[in-house]
Write a protein that binds this ligand. Structure first.
Ligand SMILES: [Zn+2]
Length: 450
């Protein structure tokens, strides 16, 4: 595609997704999803040898109950999963070369190749054709720029690795600057001070560093909005960022598997129901009435690498309430983390009971007001190691005692035996560029019972 065609298509999708945001309601939305899903299922069945075999003996019209796929299945069958015959080894070669050289422009046979920023050994590769990139760019701009004002918008974008996917959205309407997350912070701050962005997009851990710099007076920007991507945005971080920058913090929930949810002008994180169908599966053994669920995602648009009934291991809480902005697209109240990071403690009845990252977060932060940050790791069921940073004047011994009693009381409340608990001062340092997760379960090979 020429640059002009790309631009035209981006504008088309910008307008189309604005229209869908206003028009698609109730039955109409449901019909729209059905039509697109059936079309994409038929396409995958014809063009992806993997899906054809995976669905053999299933009725494709009942697409909502077709067998699911996940990252492992996708990566193990990469060569036949995609519909354009790209080999996994070739795609990996291209992405690794891009990572090493930090030159993210190369593509493979006209397709953009990207690597998902997974923390575990399972890295995902995504492929996108030129028209898919233009669709993506048009939709994301339409849904993130809530009110159009005639001006040139400056957006600073912090990413672990750029991809030529992101560079497409630069151009006439937006002055767009990419910052490599590996760039030393002082250098990024200097550039930001001259660039003066209206919007800063980045993972919350990075936005937190920028908030520190703003408080110390080295960073002098006044963004109108911050957008959190790539990591879970915890409420205490969101509150601090809002406070320091005096600007709202919105979210984009996106992964290799697609563009899943974006904050509206009211700040609610809406599932993009015209782009993906998100089926929600309750979490096994979750006794709290918190409506926690794991999503199964069907992307209604992508054909190069069709994502159909794809199981994500995130834990979400989805609201029953309509948002004030008027959109009927469902709202995600919280992304609590990954289901890999559910911790297990021994219950008095002999079973292992799941504790969600959000429960652990509250337990730690509510134990003592002088706790500034934390990192929790579980190495085996019943074990818990908590790393803390405290306000300068706080006594570690006192806080550790308070946290010990809060933790053991919380476990007792849920009929669990006391944890094998260690509390340490100071956070472990993570390699630059890794995604932050504050609650981590070391792989213990246990599966939630279903
Ligand atoms: Zn809304």
């Amino acid at each position: 595609m020429t640059r002009l065609q790309t631009l035209f298509l981006t504008i088309f999708h910008f307008i189309a997704s604005r229209w869908r945001w206003r028009i698609l309601r109730g039955k109409r939305l449901r019909r729209y999803q059905e039509k697109r899903a059936r079309r994409i299922v038929r396409y995958a069945n014809t063009h992806s040898p993997f899906y054809r075999q995976h669905w053999a003996s299933h009725n494709l019209d009942n697409w909502r109950s077709l067998p699911t796929v996940d990252k492992r299945l996708m990566m193990d069958n990469f060569d036949t999963f995609n519909t354009v015959g790209i080999k996994r080894d070739d795609a990996m070669e291209v992405t690794l070369h891009a990572e090493r050289s930090r030159d993210f422009t190369p593509a493979l046979g006209g397709y953009t190749v990207g690597l998902s920023s997974g923390t575990s050994g399972h890295r995902g590769i995504f492929l996108a054709g030129a028209w898919e990139q233009a669709t993506w760019a048009g939709c994301i701009l339409s849904r993130t720029l809530h009110n159009l004002r005639p001006r040139k918008l400056r957006v600073a974008f912090f990413l672990r690795s750029n991809s030529n996917l992101y560079e497409k959205i630069g151009g006439i309407f937006i002055k767009f600057r990419f910052f490599d997350l590996m760039l030393p912070l002082e250098q990024a701050i200097a550039t930001l001070n001259t660039f003066k962005p209206h919007i800063v997009v980045g993972p919350p851990s990075l936005l937190g560093f920028l908030a520190d710099a703003r408080e110390h007076g080295t960073l002098a920007i006044h963004p109108e909005r911050l957008v959190s991507v790539a990591e879970v945005l915890e409420p205490q971080d969101s509150a601090r960022l809002t406070n320091v920058f005096n600007a709202p913090v919105h979210q984009i929930y996106q992964c290799t598997e697609g563009l899943l949810a974006i904050s509206c002008s009211e700040g609610s994180l809406h599932i993009q129901e015209d782009l993906v169908v998100m089926q929600l599966e309750p979490i096994p053994n979750d006794s709290a009435p918190a409506r926690r669920a794991s999503p199964i995602v069907t992307d209604l648009w992508r054909t190069t690498q069709p994502i159909i009934r794809y199981r994500l291991n995130d834990v979400l809480r989805v609201s029953n309430e309509r948002c004030d902005c008027g959109s009927p697209f469902r709202v995600i109240d919280a992304i609590e983390g990954r289901s890999d990071d559910i911790l297990y403690f021994h219950a008095n009845d002999g079973t292992d009971r799941p504790f969600f990252p959000d429960t652990i977060r509250r337990m730690v932060l509510l134990a003592d007001p002088s706790i500034e940050d934390y990192y929790v790791i579980q190495e085996r069921p019943g074990h818990l190691r908590i790393h803390l940073t405290l306000k300068p004047e706080a006594s570690f011994t006192r806080v550790a005692a308070a946290l010990t009693s809060t933790a053991q009381n919380t476990l007792a409340e849920y009929n669990c035996q006391p944890a094998d608990l260690q509390i340490e001062e100071g956070l472990p340092t993570l390699p630059a560029g890794t995604k932050r997760r504050r609650v981590v379960r070391k792989n213990m090979g246990i599966q939630p019972q279903s």
